[in-house]
Design a protein around this ligand. Structure first.
Ligand code: HEC
Length: 224
C-alpha cells in the first residue's frame, strides 16, 4: 500500500514537471500585474529605434529645476560673463552666511579662507597657480566668479553638479567680499543693515527743515 502511493506520487510529480515548460510563462491570471500597459523605461519595444524605450531627451530639453545658462565654455564667453552677468541674489545675512559656508567647503582648500590663493592644497604644492581674487590681471567680477563655477577653468573643476544655481550666487557674494577685503575696499553688507543705516539720515518729510538744520549745526560747530 505504501509502495503504491509512493509510486503514484512519483508518477504524478514526473508528469507535472514534464508538462511545465520553463521557457514559457505560466498562466497569468492578471497579466497587467506582470506586464504593465505603459512602456517600461528600459524596455524593448519594436516601435522605438533600436527597440529601445530609453532614448535621448529631445533636443533643448532641460532637467526639472535647471536654469539654462547661456554662456559657453570659452574664453570669449568668460569675458562676456565678467562684463554683463549680474548677481541676482540680494545681499542678505543668510545669503552671505551660506556663501561663506559653501566657499569654505568647496573653494577654501585651494583659494584659502581669505581668497588670497593660499589654500592648504596650494601650500602643500598639490595645486599651483591659484590666483588671489585681488589679482588685478584677473578682473574678478560676479559674472566671472559664477562662470568659472559653472565650467571650471583649466585645473579648477566645475561645481555645476555639486551646487545649485542659488548656492553658486551665494558663493559669488562671498568671493566678491573676500576680494574687497583683500583690496581694503568696502564689503557688501546685508540690505537690512543698509536700511538701518539709512534710517539715521533725515527722511523726506522733514524737507522744509533740512535746509536749516545743517546751518544750525554749522553755527554750533563754529561757536565751539
Ligand atoms: C583644486 C583647486 C581649486 C578649487 C577647489 C577651486 N579653484 Fe578656483 N581656481 C583654481 C585655479 C588653479 C585657478 C586658476 C585657473 C587658471 O587661470 O588657469 C582658479 C581660478 C579661479 C578664479 C579666477 C577666474 C578668472 O576669472 O581668472 C575664480 C573666481 C575662482 N577660481 C573661484 C573659485 C570658486 C568660487 C571655487 C569654489 C566653488 C573654486 N574656485 C575652487 C583652483 C581651484
Amino acid at each position: 500500500m505504501k509502495n503504491i502511493s509512493l509510486a503514484i506520487a512519483a508518477i504524478a510529480s514526473l508528469t507535472l514537471v514534464s508538462c511545465f515548460d520553463t521557457a514559457k510563462p505560466n498562466y497569468q491570471y492578471m497579466p497587467n500585474m506582470y506586464e504593465p500597459v505603459g512602456y517600461e523605461t528600459y524596455g524593448e519595444y519594436g516601435i522605438f529605434p533600436n527597440d529601445q524605450a530609453a532614448m535621448l531627451p529631445a533636443e533643448g530639453s532641460i532637467p526639472r529645476g535647471w536654469q539654462p545658462y547661456d554662456y559657453k565654455n570659452t574664453t570669449a564667453d568668460l569675458e562676456l560673463a565678467k562684463d554683463e552677468l549680474m548677481n541676482p541674489l540680494p545681499v542678505t545675512e543668510e545669503n552671505l552666511a551660506k556663501g561663506k559656508e559653501l566657499y569654505d567647503i568647496y573653494c577654501g582648500v585651494c583659494h584659502g579662507d581669505k581668497g588670497d590663493g593660499q589654500g592648504i592644497l596650494m601650500k602643500n604644492e598639490v595645486f599651483l597657480g591659484i590666483p588671489s581674487y585681488a589679482d588685478p590681471g584677473r578682473k574678478i567680477t560676479d559674472g566671472g566668479v559664477y562662470h568659472v563655477q559653472m565650467y571650471g577653468l583649466n585645473s579648477m573643476g566645475s561645481y555645476a553638479s555639486q551646487t545649485s544655481e542659488e548656492e553658486r550666487w551665494q558663493i559669488t557674494h562671498h568671493v566678491m567680499n573676500l576680494k574687497a577685503a583683500l583690496l581694503g575696499e568696502p564689503e557688501r553688507v546685508p540690505m537690512a543693515d543698509v536700511a538701518e543705516a539709512l534710517s539715521y539720515l533725515p527722511s523726506n518729510d522733514t524737507e522744509g527743515e533740512e535746509g536749516e538744520e545743517p546751518h544750525d549745526e554749522e553755527h554750533e560747530d563754529n561757536n565751539h
